[in-house]
Every structure is written in structure tokens, then in C-alpha cells.
Design a protein around this ligand. Structure first.
Ligand SMILES: Nc1ncnc2c1ncn2[C@@H]1O[C@H](COP(=O)(O)OP(=O)(O)OP(=O)(O)O)[C@@H](O)[C@H]1O
Ligand SMILES: [Mg+2]
Length: 263
């Protein structure tokens, strides 16, 4: 492989991935690529399969078909802990902080896989720089934080592992619009300042399309559209179905299904 090809190689690539829960085929042949250094997003409504995609990438679910490649290595169905070790962190839906541990101990849990432990104190300072409220609450039990603060802690805990790729499952879930905006701004800062690649799944298309560079639209377990977020924001389908903007005349009685561009 020449240098240009090596640089162009995506950090994450899914090919034809199918995952199921018993008889329920949650994702059906999903292919997507995330470039190093970008924020990519998968948009989709309830039950579309967003969480399943992330669980399959991080090894929580083994796919029935297809492959997941991270940094050019096939990581399909390998042990989740080994995937973390390779530099991929998953911030799950509903955050899942350790409620009975202090904020600081939660952060230390994020750093447990690291070998360069000397830098842990420095990195705790760095995450407090992004989320100053966590410094104020450092000794408090994480279970006493608000939902938004727990989301901040969950993202910070992932950062403590110094990952190359973070999977972020619906950071806006249950948060006020203001707090959602704040968290998205910090996610973008983390990406720009640290170069961390992010794959973000969201129902909040507005926030996700503003924060991300490239987007995929998922419906019933299938990718039905992909493009740069600038372009996706301009598409009538997206405006109407995901951004809630109805443009009389454009709409007529055309149906979403008929306009889908299948890949
Ligand atoms: N543990 C499970 N057992 C059985 N079915 C499941 C399980 N988890 C998810 N499903 C089903 O798989 C499909 C995809 O679910 P998934 O959680 O991936 O969707 P999602 O896009 O993350 O939705 P949401 O926006 O509500 O979080 C849904 O039909 C869901 O009911
Ligand atoms: Mg989900």
C-alpha cells in the first residue's frame, strides 16, 4: 500500500454487517466508513438499529454476517476488552456511570487499561478543562449528578483511556436543548483539539448534522442515504422527516419510501 492509500484508509469500516436478537434482525447489511479525524454520525428514529451498530462495533454483540475493521485490522466479534485496548471506547446509551463511585474514581476507571499511568493526573485535569462542573463534584458520588452531568462524566471517562475512536450513543437523550447544545459543542472541541475520531448516533438530527462531517441515515436496520452533513442538511427528505421543517410545495404527497436512494 502506498502512503496516500494508507492515509485514505478509514479508521473504521463496516461491511455488510448483520446483527440480530434471536429472530429480530436489528441491522441488515450495514456498510459504513469513518475517516480518521472526522466526526461521523448515524441518524435514525427509535428502533432503527443505531445502538445495535455501536454494540456490534465494540464487540458486545457478535454479528451474524459481515466484518468490522478498526485501523485496518479485522475486529469482528473479538472480545470487547481487547477492542478497548486497541483504542476504541464506547459511551453507551443512558451513560451508565458507576453511581456509587465518586466522579474522580469513575474517571480513574476509564484509565484502567492505560500503560502510561503517569499521565493520568494530567488527563483528569484535561477533562476538568472541558467539563469544569466535574471538578467541583470530583468527590461526590456519580449517582448524584444530573443526567447532563452524568453524560459529561461518561464522555470524560472514555477520554481517560486516550482513545483514537469514541462511539457515542445518543448524548442528547433526556437532556434540555441548552445542555444538548453545550455537550455537542464540547464534543466538537474534543475532536478538533485532540484529533479524536467520533462516531455519534442520534435521533436529534439537527444537533448531529451541525456537529458531524459525514452522515448516514438508518431506517429499519438499513442505511438508506449517506452524504456530507452539509449536503444532508439541504435534502428535502431530511428537512421534512428529521429536522421537522415542512416546505409546502416540495412536499406534495410524495412519500419518503419512494424517494429513498438505496445503495
Ligand atoms: N436486547 C434486545 N432483544 C431483542 N430485541 C432488541 C434488543 N435490543 C434491541 N432490540 C430490537 O432491535 C431493533 C434495533 O434496536 P436498537 O436499540 O439498535 O435501536 P436504536 O436505533 O438504538 O433505537 P433508540 O433510538 O430507541 O435507542 C429494535 O427493533 C429493537 O426492538
Ligand atoms: Mg439506541
Amino acid at each position: 500500500m502506498n502512503m496516500a492509500a494508507a492515509i485514505d484508509k478509514p479508521i473504521l469500516e463496516l461491511q455488510n454487517v448483520e446483527s440480530a436478537y434471536g429472530p429480530i434482525r436489528a441491522i441488515r447489511g450495514v456498510s459504513l466508513r469513518v475517516k480518521r479525524g472526522e466526526i461521523a454520525t448515524v441518524l435514525g428514529s427509535n428502533g432503527a438499529g443505531k445502538t445495535t451498530i455501536l454494540k456490534t462495533i465494540s464487540g458486545i454483540i457478535d454479528p451474524r454476517k459481515g466484518t468490522v475493521e478498526f485501523k485496518g485490522h479485522n475486529i469482528t466479534a473479538i472480545d470487547p476488552a481487547a477492542i478497548v485496548q486497541r483504542g476504541l471506547m464506547h459511551v453507551p446509551e443512558g451513560r451508565e456511570v458507576f453511581p456509587l463511585l465518586s466522579v474522580r474514581d469513575n474517571l480513574l476507571m476509564g484509565a484502567y487499561t492505560r500503560r502510561d499511568r503517569d499521565h493520568v493526573a494530567r488527563d483528569i485535569e484535561a477533562v476538568f478543562g472541558y467539563f469544569p462542573i466535574l471538578r467541583e463534584r470530583a468527590s461526590q458520588d456519580a449517582g448524584l449528578l444530573s443526567g447532563g452531568q452524568q453524560q459529561m462524566l461518561a464522555i470524560s471517562r472514555a477520554l481517560m483511556a486516550n482513545p483514537e475512536l469514541i462511539l457515542l450513543d445518543e448524548p442528547s437523550l433526556g437532556l434540555s436543548p441548552l445542555l444538548t447544545k453545550e455537550i455537542f459543542e464540547i464534543v466538537v472541541r474534543i475532536n478538533r483539539e485532540r484529533g479524536t475520531t467520533l462516531l455519534l448516533v442520534e435521533q436529534n438530527a439537527n444537533m448531529a448534522l451541525n456537529a458531524a462531517d459525514y452522515g448516514y441515515v438508518l431506517e429499519n436496520g438499513r442505511i438508506v442515504m449517506e452524504d456530507s452533513c452539509d449536503k444532508l442538511r439541504e435534502k428535502d427528505d431530511i428537512k421534512e422527516f428529521y429536522l421537522g421543517m415542512k416546505d409546502e410545495g416540495v412536499r406534495a404527497d410524495r412519500r419518503w419510501k419512494k424517494k429513498k436512494t438505496w445503495r
